[in-house]
Ligand binder design. Structure first.
Ligand code: ZN
Length: 103
């Protein structure tokens, strides 16, 4: 489990259905914790919400996840989108996005 220090969450919301990551400190903190733990602690994935009853990944979600999936590590990440009624969960590995749950 990766716990972010308080005050590190600087997600900038620029619209109802999209956001922009502005703070490079997220990567810095994750890399530092990974190194300090002897490569034991790692980034597992991420989640966010959609203001849709039954969420599905947007094209921006997919393109951002594919960027992460193409990094050397981790080999795969878990991604989740929580909607107003349901949830979508998947696995990203390189350019591939696999749906695990859509309910
Ligand atoms: Zn999304």
């Amino acid at each position: 489990m990766l716990r972010m220090p308080q005050g590190q969450e600087k997600w900038i919301f620029v619209g109802t259905y999209f956001f922009e990551r502005k703070d490079p400190s997220h990567q810095e903190v994750a890399s530092r914790l990974w190194k300090e733990s002897g490569k034991y602690i790692d980034y597992l994935g991420e989640w966010h919400t959609h203001r849709q009853p039954w969420p599905t990944p947007s094209s921006l979600d997919c393109s951002e996840w594919k960027k992460i999936g193409n990094m050397k590590r981790p080999l795969s990440i878990v991604v989740a989108i929580v909607g107003l009624e349901g949830v979508w969960m998947g696995i990203v590995r390189k350019e591939d996005i696999f749906t695990l749950v859509s309910a």
